[in-house]
Ligand binder design. Structure first.
Ligand code: FEO
Length: 392
């Protein structure tokens, strides 16, 4: 594959991975992903920015050979995770003169995780610069988006900002530049939900920094390159804002339909009041869609059947997922049904240790809903409608 030039001797040398079906063994990928890597040819020195996910390293190295890259002076590791740094051991063998340039935290990670020898690494600090001759690389520490070792690399002369995982998307591409359409928006949002949302305040901070830099190109390590960065900057400004939307998300599992019946009744009431409602069947639906709806939700209601004296494990998993992704929701509740007893509500709410929403009085019924239960369902819906009145 011939490397494609982005601008002034800066080339895209990454790869699509359409076959990858799950990331971090956690959340499914709809279309696969990409591992972006870049070759920067200065007048004196050559650098590679980020490398390759190891299962694809043979193709990656073959491409370097076919494009005649016989010498590399620097390999910039913006982040130690193996999908970007995993081919460092191979590259330092292939290019014995190359020095790995990275920050102290990332250096620790690649020494521990990839057994990179210390003498191959040059540590840089925030705002340090490295000359390639007619191009200057500037390193900007960006801890927390999404690992503590994350940094950005900025090429001053070309106004190009390499943002590592930040501002990325799991979306393979053929055209180099992002088509700023609905597909990219939804894939970037899903990606944000899955790996960036737990660090929302840091994402907010670095979105403002990217906006201040005003790069001509934003070049993330997954998904298309932005030659119109305002598309992704504006999206991140919205997703990282403190204000949720008038939206309720209800992940649920219902063994015999009793919990689902209550959820359907309450959803209809909320929708009639103008609230956007998304229900997610935790057994059959895609967890990535649920994570995406967590981004904007003002209220999360977890629906569960009681099984084996506790909430169904799928509902407990949804609570753990919400707790890990740390959505900005202001309100949480539980709707459940039981056959003979157990601890459903307290087990679910007890799993929400890292988010501090207001808990709306849950609904717990024995078996199917009775005529006498509907007054409490109406009151539950009215409480949410009232809480949402202050949300635009
Ligand atoms: Fe794409 Fe954090 O690695």
């Amino acid at each position: 594959m011939q490397f494609r030039e982005i601008k002034n001797n800066i080339f895209y040398i990454g790869l699509n991975d359409e076959n990858r079906v799950i990331f971090d063994e956690l959340i499914p990928l709809e279309n696969g992903t990409t591992y972006n890597s870049y070759l920067v040819c200065g007048s004196d020195k050559t650098a590679i920015i980020d490398t390759m996910y190891p299962p694809l390293k043979e193709i990656y190295i073959k491409n370097l050979d076919e494009n005649g890259i016989i010498n590399v002076d620097y390999i910039i590791a913006n982040h130690g995770e193996q999908d970007h740094s995993g081919t460092l051991p191979d590259l330092i063998k292939k290019y014995p003169n190359a020095t790995i340039i990275t920050n102290a935290k990332c250096a620790e990670n690649i020494k521990e995780m990839l057994l990179i020898p210390e003498d191959k690494i040059q540590i840089i600090n925030n705002n340090d610069e490295l000359s390639l001759g007619d191009k200057t690389l500037k390193f900007i520490m960006a801890p927390g988006v999404h690992w503590p070792d994350t940094m950005f690399t900025y090429i001053k002369e070309d106004n190009m900002l390499f943002t590592c995982d930040f501002l990325g998307a799991h979306l393979p591409f053929d055209d180099l530049y992002a088509k700023c359409d609905d597909t990219l928006y939804s894939m970037a949002k899903r990606y944000y939900a899955e790996i960036m949302m737990p660090f929302r305040m840091m994402c907010k901070k670095y979105t403002a920094l990217v906006e201040e830099i005003k790069p001509e190109f934003v070049l993330p390590s997954h998904g298309p390159i932005y030659n119109k960065p305002e598309f992704i900057i504006n999206a991140y400004k919205d997703w990282t804002s403190d204000t949720p939307k008038n939206l309720v998300v209800i992940p649920y599992v219902s063994m015999y339909g009793s919990t689902e019946e209550v959820i359907e009744y309450i959803s209809n009431k909320l929708k009639k009041a103008g609230i956007e409602v998304y229900t997610h069947d935790l057994i059959r639906d895609d967890l990535g869609d649920l994570a995406t709806h967590f981004v904007d939700a003002a209220t999360i209601i977890i629906g569960a059947s009681m099984v084996l004296a506790g909430p169904h494990p799928a509902a407990a998993y949804a609570a753990l997922l919400a707790n890990a992704l740390k959505p900005k929701a202001k309100f949480v509740s539980v709707i459940g049904s039981y056959g003979w007893g157990g601890k459903l509500v307290e087990t679910i709410t007890g799993l929400l240790t890292s988010i501090k929403p207001e808990i709306i009085e849950p609904i717990l019924i024995k078996g199917k809903a009775k005529e006498s239960d509907y007054a409490s369902f109406d009151a539950f819906a009215d409480t949410i409608i009232e809480k949402h009145k202050n949300i635009s």
